[in-house]
Design a protein around this ligand. Structure first.
Ligand code: COA
Length: 532
């Protein structure tokens, strides 16, 4: 067993500057998270409370075990769009009666809890997490259904919400709907497709069409209660399995449903944790330079994340721009791949490929710590087969069957983002630090490439190249790409599962690994054709 020795100068000026920059980014992040927590704003929150109702987050808090953590997912969904930050729904993983569940709670203070395109993406992501990790799903329902003005973007793809619920059930993953309020039209299929349904008396309203629509359709005169009230569904239609006296009672019933699931995790149990990291998580604030061009040693991060700071490095003398090795996090064995010098060469790609295969041979989950500018370009490297070797690594990542978790610490550019298990490669979870940046390439490089292409195009047509326009174009493109590379923007687009405080990395990895182990952990038995 090798115990990592930190050489970081945690008292130095550079460290202090990095730390200040990270704290400033965290303060900005806090302000954005506060927007999500504020929901629809004071007016709507007050109205909701006056109606004697709990807020979405209060419902979640009451539902989960006392003092247990809630791993909130995609809190900044819809950031940078016309919709409210958070996308009118709260999603995350919480422990209910000792069972890790995916919880999806509509926020009725935002447009009556109606789902816009970002809410849909966020809900579908939560459903994917439930399915991939074999987690029971609890929907806390109070929603005006589809956000009608945006129906073209959500009506057709939104069908998956209901398909996912019943597919979960077919996989013997339980689904529970606690209905607190409106659940109309498409929304009626949330309880309709769930295994267990609880409705709150005099509050839940579940119908395919409300009284005005029924009047239009058939001329029938009706009222909310007889069309879709909780009492009616509990006593007449049978859609409600349990009638709750109030919101707290619905939550109590939800908890008792989970308690009776006889739930067993299928992954191996973690080893007992003898010791946490030997170095303080506080130091994680100062390790990443604010200028990502300056490399940092990922072992400094690993030493502050893994049990006992113990890390058995694999191939430490070969392909040194990528650090690979074995460790445990809260007793869960993991293989770690961490970028050390930014660029990935052929050696690093081959080393990563072998390491990923080894993890699959031993059913060991993988953690990818990103700080890469991508695969090396240039004549020497092309002739040396960098495409084949990068492809090899991407093949291994794509066909690996052990669970993957990615953390974007710094840069995650180009195909390096793919090889390190970027979003499209389906890591079970992907989190970003506030210092992360991800794009096809760096802003200056991208603007420079565009400039060279434009220059060549002008030359081939015999036109004079306008340098002033070029400078303006480059500045504009650089600003745009920089803004689009930032974690809040990417989080808003649901390209990660959340931006985390670097100090929480160990906790977040531990919660993720624990959730993952609800399902079996099994490596791949075959890979695609490796181009040697
Ligand atoms: N799409 C878009 N906006 C919606 C919406 C929807 N489905 N449902 C509600 N909203 C908006 C309202 O226009 C209102 O906006 P405003 O405050 O800017 O005027 C805001 O959300 C709050 O709605 P309000 O009706 O005041 O809230 P409420 O808590 O009293 O009632 C509902 C909530 C959901 C019961 C009610 O708004 C409703 O019946 N909505 C339509 C439900 C429906 O038929 N959906 C069909 C979906 S397929």
């Amino acid at each position: 067993m090798t115990v990592l020795k930190s050489t970081a100068d945690t008292q130095g000026a550079e460290f202090a500057a990095n730390r200040d920059a990270m704290l400033a980014k965290l303060a900005e992040l806090e302000a954005e998270h506060a927007k999500a927590i504020a929901g629809g704003g004071e007016k709507y929150v007050e109205r909701h409370r006056k109606r004697g109702k709990l807020l979405a987050r209060e419902r979640v808090e009451l539902l989960i075990d006392e003092d247990s953590p809630f791993l909130e997912l995609s809190p900044l969904a819809a950031w940078g769009t016309d919709y409210k930050v958070g996308a009118s729904v709260v999603t995350g993983i919480g422990v209910v009666e000792g069972v890790e569940c995916v919880i999806i709670a509509n926020d009725p203070t935002v447009k009556g809890g109606a789902s816009n395109p970002s809410s849909l993406k966020k809900g579908l992501r939560a459903a994917d997490i439930a399915a991939e990790n074999r987690l029971p799903v609890i929907n806390l329902v109070e929603s005006g259904g589809a956000d009608l003005p945006t129906q073209k973007e959500i009506f057709i793809p939104g069908g998956r919400t209901f398909r996912n619920l019943t597919r979960s059930s077919a996989e013997r993953i339980p689904t529970v709907a606690l209905v607190f309020g409106n659940s109309t039209a498409g929304g009626a299929y949330l309880p309709g497709m769930s295994d267990y349904v609880v409705m709150v008396k005099e509050r839940a309203k579940v119908f395919l069409g409300g009284p005005p629509l029924v009047k239009m359709a058939t001329g029938e005169e009706s009222d909310d209660e007889s069309l879709g009230g909780a009492e009616m569904h509990a006593r007449v239609s049978g859609l409600a399995d349990y009638l709750a006296a109030d919101e707290e009672d619905a939550i109590r019933l939800g908890r008792s449903i989970i308690r009776r699931l006889n739930w067993h995790k299928q992954g191996p149990t973690p080893m007992p944790v003898v010791q946490g990291p030997l170095y303080s998580a506080e130091d994680l604030l100062g390790i990443v330079p604010s200028d990502l061009k300056v490399p940092f040693d990922p072992r400094e991060v690993i030493a502050r994340v893994v049990d006992g700071s113990e890390f058995d490095e694999f191939k430490p003398l070969y392909g040194t721009s990528l650090t690979t090795g074995w460790a445990t996090v809260f007793g869960y064995p993991v293989g770690i791949l961490a970028n050390a010098q930014g660029v990935l060469f052929s050696e690093e790609s081959q080393k990563a490929t072998q390491f990923i295969q080894l993890a699959n041979q031993s059913d060991t989950p993988l953690v990818f710590l990103h700080n890469t500018t991508g695969y090396m370009v240039g004549k020497e490297y092309e002739q040396g087969g960098i495409i084949k070797h990068g492809a090899m690594m991407i093949n291994a990542v794509s066909n690996s069957k052990v669970p993957h978790v990615s953390v974007l610490m710094g840069a995650s550019y180009g195909a390096g983002h793919y090889g390190m298990c970027g979003r499209a490669y389906d890591p079970r979870f992907l989190f970003a630090w506030p210092s992360a940046k991800s794009a096809v390439m760096g802003p200056a490089q991208l603007a420079g490439v565009l400039s060279i292409v434009a220059r060549q195009s002008a030359a081939s047509k015999g036109q004079e190249y306008n340098e002033e326009h070029d400078a303006a174009m480059r500045a504009m493109v650089e600003n745009q790409i920089e803004a689009e590379s930032l974690p809040m923007f990417l989080s808003g687009m649901l390209y990660d599962d959340g931006i985390i405080d670097p100090r929480d990395t160990r906790t977040v990895l531990g919660l993720s690994l624990s959730a993952i182990h609800n399902g079996p952990v099994k490596g791949a038995e075959g890979f695609g054709v490796f181009r040697m």
